[in-house]
Write a protein that binds this ligand. Structure first.
Ligand code: CP
Length: 300
């Protein structure tokens, strides 16, 4: 059974297969409109979402599948009465052909997949992983630069709790000549296990203390919001805000990415700059998630 649980599960070859398919779908989505006729995709989100949930639902509909979903699974599913993820999956497997899950627990997707009754797609698990986001991020980088080898990326924001960053670094580590720079408040520094993972794959993680310490010819600046819902207390606001003045200190070829939603870390005066890629990135999520649904349902 094929699941999408972690960025760790992929080889470079598998990534290229997914990106090639997503590229074909993006060029001609109509050609795929009946591929999942008769299939039902369950979308169980226990945490808020705009992009992941709605792009997965749109992906299913564009492929001819139907969706069953809850507005807020933590409150409106029987999880509120104490039902486990495993029991929920055993039941839904009798209704649906695949399930997308977002949950506050880092291990939720693995728990759902352990039932092994239908393909599970991890739509974001606590502060752990968000692999489908990382796939659409890499797809966007490949689309812009024609390759992923040689990407020089700075990751900013909440590197401690940011699951999109964690999944992105795992995927990037599969490629050659990757450079990674980190710029965040000390309290939101990247966990050591990701620094060790990069080191084990011969990628040095360079901690920076200001925009001035970042190379000006980066391929990608990848910002993220402070994940206030994942910790107690007040650690203050983001200090490293990208506005037009800051962006203009970087190369005309550097792209600015963000998984969204943004709060204050990217000023809206940047939105019309050709280097602002975050809305393109979000739109690419549709095609990558169409490719993933086809893949787990053996239609790729
Ligand atoms: N990037 C992302 O996961 O957005 P949502 O929380 O809106 O799904």
């Amino acid at each position: 059974m094929k699941h999408i649980l972690s960025s760790e599960q992929f080889t470079r070859e598998e990534l290229e297969e997914i990106f090639d398919l997503a590229e074909k779908i993006k060029k001609n989505p109509e050609a795929y409109k009946n591929e999942l006729d008769g299939k039902i995709i369950a979308v169980m989100f226990y945490e808020p979402s705009t992009r992941t949930r709605l792009s997965f639902e749109t992906a299913a509909l564009k492929l001819g599948a139907k969706t069953i979903t809850t507005e807020n699974a933590g409150e409106f599913s029987s999880a509120a009465k104490g039902e486990t993820i495993e029991d929920t999956v055993k039941v839904i497997a009798g209704y649906a052909d695949a399930m997308v899950i977002r949950h506050r627990s880092d291990t939720s997707a693995e728990e759902a997949a352990s039932v092994n009754k239908m393909p599970i797609l991890n739509g974001g698990a606590g502060k752990g992983e968000h692999p489908t986001q990382a796939l659409l991020d890499l797809f966007t980088i490949r689309e812009k630069f024609g390759k992923i080898d040689g990407t020089r990326v700075a990751v900013l924001g909440d590197l401690l709790h940011g699951r999109t960053i964690h999944s992105l670094l795992r995927l990037l580590s599969l490629y050659e000549n990757i450079e990674v720079y980190g710029l965040s408040k000390d309290v939101f520094a990247l966990p050591q296990k990701y620094i060790d993972m990069l080191k084990a794959r011969n990628i040095e993680y360079k901690v920076c203390k200001s925009f001035d310490e970042l190379p000006k010819d980066l391929s990608v600046i990848y910002h993220t919001r402070i994940q206030a819902e994942r910790f107690e207390g007040d650690f203050g606001k983001e200090e490293f805000i990208i506005n037009k003045e800051v962006l203009d200190t970087f190369s005309s070829n550097t792209i600015l990415m963000h998984p969204l939603p943004r709060v204050i870390e990217i000023a809206v005066d940047v939105d019309d700059d050709p280097r602002a890629y975050y809305f393109k990135q979000a739109h690419n999520g549709l095609y990558v998630r169409m490719a993933l649904l086809l893949r787990v349902l053996n239609k790729a």
